[in-house]
Design a protein around this ligand. Structure first.
Ligand SMILES: [Zn+2]
Ligand SMILES: [Zn+2]
Length: 742
């Protein structure tokens, strides 16, 4: 007989790890014990060497579905103790917390079967879950992950639930949020005046009929409320848009099943795989041109954000509802997703008609994740429910505890301690008091989870970012990392790259080292330092921030670079018609004098200019609209590109602007423009053939562009990297900031 101690780290708590170990031990007739502590799972095995080897092999090869093993340490003990059984011991508590918190996971098929089985005591119960599914991050107050440390603490288990909770062979063994209709939280429907209307299945049934009758209902999900309405009704969707003051930004649509999604979209195999994965993210897919879905769900866009019902409550709703529903995060503009019914009524009282609530509190808000498929692989646009908190294992331990505060838009925070790098779910844009409150609350939550007090803070260089101001207020050692360099670093972090790379950082806007607004940058860098090797030639943003919302201003500015005022006034182009003669003269003066016309090298703004020159978008109604529209007009049979110049460090596009003016066909403009960017990347990459290429920044969320660049680089046998697990947009900045210090 031999005795081994095994320590497993990673996502190993709240995912059925101990019962899995228990059952595995009995399979191989092994005695000993298993327990949890703040660092992970500890196992003591007492058996023959052969049994123990088999045990370890299976532990590594076939762990529980929701677990993620980062490391397994195995140590042989010289113990004289004799163990006569295998037992699950109580959690140990100490002060060192480093267990990774599991994200929330969509309801599993077994739990769906339970609610649909009339003979099951959880039939029709909207809040059921098990060790393989349900809330985790969103209900945890502190670690270790035990019921008393979650928002389920107040619910005392009934006999039937308790029996399952204590049975190591049951899939609800130690599933902390386990509950049933009798002992658990309840679903209730409220009207606008906060009066309870109905409860349980009756309430859900009523919501279905309200939606069918054109009403807007706020429905509580895992990490916050959704605003829901009939996706097939033009009238309902219009009224949601009006009430929410959201004229055209696409809404996500929730479906009953993958079969239902297929009636409205054309899916690739990979998209289907991701839609049905245990994370159930929103996936951007191709919309069918004709469907019964309201045109106003995603007006003028040929893609649709789809997701499948991911809680038992949603599944019960679809029992009574036979069409897809619009399900968009319940929040005010620039504010985080709402977690509480009363806040819904207070802030969105004029938007919603009813609220479907339940009394299992959301401790930590978490938005839906949004992804797309690029090169037949996942590409994250928003890293949240199902995926986040996201943990990356570091190659070696860090000597200091590092907190990175990210950018200002699509904010996330990241922390590094020991050999862990952990990224928070998407927090959002830090443009309001509420979002700043959410931002600081998230920092506190993570500090509490990991007993983490940072030694060093990393933030963006932008002096006016709220995250930077907050960083300065902390009175700690402070490191500033340039925004576009942080984009490249975020991809380097995902692949643990430390060697020199050629990084293309194409983005909206960010603060540059020279005080100008960067965004079309090419760096030669490693993870410690960078050289700005190339950049887009500077142009002026007429009216600063205003130009970000009005692509026509960027187009005009690029025309000013090329033509005289007289020439411009006589141009026969649609952009010019967007302004009065007076306005053009005034803006020309702004341009000449450089008053409120900061210099920029932003590639995102060039997209805006091209969309305006092509007469597609002159005023942007949501972020990314110009990129989406250009992509939509891409024709792969057009293989030509426009001319460009690379003179020393500057990439010049003025030849392209002139050629666009001479081109009348929209598809030709859009296609040749994307091809031009590909050619620029290729041209520069070939000049530095010895360096691997890194592509990062929001512009590369353009699927057409990124897929084309990859294809061409592969053809030239140039090695390239871009982020898949970490968003290419500003959501990745916090990880990049940390990687600068590793
Ligand atoms: Zn389940
Ligand atoms: Zn119960």
């Amino acid at each position: 007989m031999q005795t081994y101690k095994i320590r497993v780290k990673g996502i190993v708590q709240g995912v059925g790890f101990r019962p899995f170990v228990f059952n595995l031990a009995s399979k191989y007739s092994i005695n000993g014990w298993v327990n949890n502590d703040e660092k992970g799972v500890n196992i003591l095995l007492y058996s023959s060497k052969e049994s123990i080897e088999n045990f370890i092999k299976e532990l590594k090869g076939n762990p529980p579905p929701l677990s993620k093993i980062d490391s397994i340490e195995i140590e042989e003990l010289n113990s004289k103790n004799i163990y006569t059984k295998f037992e699950i011991k109580k959690s140990e508590t100490s002060n060192n917390k480093s267990t990774i918190i599991s994200p929330d996971i969509a309801v599993c098929q077994d739990c769906i079967d339970d609610i649909n089985d009339e003979s099951n005591f959880r039939a029709n119960y909207a809040l059921t879950n098990c060790t393989n599914c349900g809330p985790r991050y969103s209900i945890i107050k502190t670690v270790p992950y035990d019921r008393c440390n979650t928002s389920m603490a107040e619910f005392i288990l009934c006999e039937a639930c308790k029996k399952e909770y204590e049975d190591p062979t049951n899939r609800r063994y130690h599933a902390q949020p386990v509950a049933c209709e009798k002992c658990g939280p309840q679903v209730k429907l409220y009207d606008k005046s906060n009066k309870e209307v109905s409860f349980s299945l009756e309430a859900i049934k009523e919501v279905a009929s309200l939606i069918n009758n054109g009403k807007i209902v706020a429905i509580k999900g895992l990490g916050g409320f959704h605003l829901v309405c009939d996706g097939a009704s033009e009238e309902s969707v219009d009224s949601l848009r009006q009430r929410k003051n959201r004229p055209s930004k696409p809404f996500a649509v929730m479906f009953k099943s993958i079969e239902q999604i297929k009636e409205y979209t054309s899916l690739t195999k990979k998209e289907e795989e991701l839609l049905t994965s245990k994370e159930k993210p929103i996936v951007l897919v191709k919309k069918q041109t004709k469907s019964s879905l309201s045109n106003n769900v995603a007006p003028n866009i040929n893609r649709l954000g789809c997701f499948i019902a991911y809680t038992p409550l949603h599944h019960l709703l679809f029992r009574f509802l036979h069409k897809p529903i619009v399900a968009t995060s319940a929040n005010l503009k620039d504010e985080p997703i709402i977690r509480f019914k009363d806040e819904v009524l207070q802030k969105l009282g004029n938007v919603v008609d009813f609220v479907l609530d339940f009394n299992r509190d959301i401790v930590n808000a978490c938005d839906d994740s949004v992804i797309q498929v690029i090169n037949d692989e996942i590409s994250k646009l928003r890293n949240a429910r199902g995926y986040a908190p996201t943990s990356l294992k570091l190659e070696k331990k860090v000597s200091k505890k590092i907190l990175a505060l990210g950018a200002n838009q699509k904010s996330t925070i990241a922390l590094a301690f020991e050999d862990n790098l952990i990224v928070s779910p998407h927090i959002g844009d830090l443009n309001s008091i509420e979002s700043m409150e959410y931002f600081t609350r998230t920092i506190e939550t993570f500090k509490n989870f990991y007993d983490f007090e940072p030694d060093v803070i990393v933030c963006d260089k932008h002096p006016n970012y709220e995250s930077t101001k907050f960083a300065k207020s902390l009175n700690k050692e402070l490191i500033f990392v340039q925004h576009h360099y942080a984009h490249i670093l975020s991809t380097m972090a995902e692949y643990r790259l430390k060697e020199k790379v050629l990084g293309f950082s194409f983005d909206g806007t960010g603060y540059g080292d020279d005080g100008n607004i960067w965004g079309g940058e090419v760096f030669i860098c490693n993870n410690k330092s960078y050289e700005r090797a190339y950049h887009l030639k500077y142009f002026k943003l007429l009216g600063g921030e205003k130009a970000v919302k009005e692509p026509k201003r960027v187009a005009l500015s690029l025309l000013f670079e090329k033509f005289s005022l007289e020439e411009i006034l006589s141009l026969e182009t649609s952009v010019i018609k967007q302004f009065s003669e007076q306005e053009i003269k005034m803006l020309h003066m702004v341009w000449t004098k450089g008053l409120n016309a900061p210099l920029t090298s932003s590639m995102g703004r060039v997209f805006d200019a091209v969309a305006s020159l092509a007469n597609l978008v002159h005023i942007q109604s949501f972020e990314g609209e110009t990129g989406l529209t250009i992509e939509q007009n891409y024709d792969e049979t057009i293989i030509d590109s426009f001319d460009f110049e690379v003179i020393e460090k500057e990439i010049g596009l003025s030849l392209m602007i002139k050629q666009i003016l001479d081109e009348k066909d929209i598809k030709t403009i859009c296609s040749k423009f994307i091809n031009t960017l590909v050619e620029i990347i290729l041209f520069i990459s070939k000049k530095h053939k010895e360096l691997p290429v890194v592509l990062s920044g929001g512009v590369f969320q353009n699927k057409t562009l990124l897929e084309l660049v990859c294809k061409k680089l592969a053809k030239e046998k140039i090695k390239y990297f871009y982020s898949k697990e970490v968003p290419l947009n500003d959501g990745g900045i916090s990880i990049g900031q940390i990687y600068n210090l590793l």
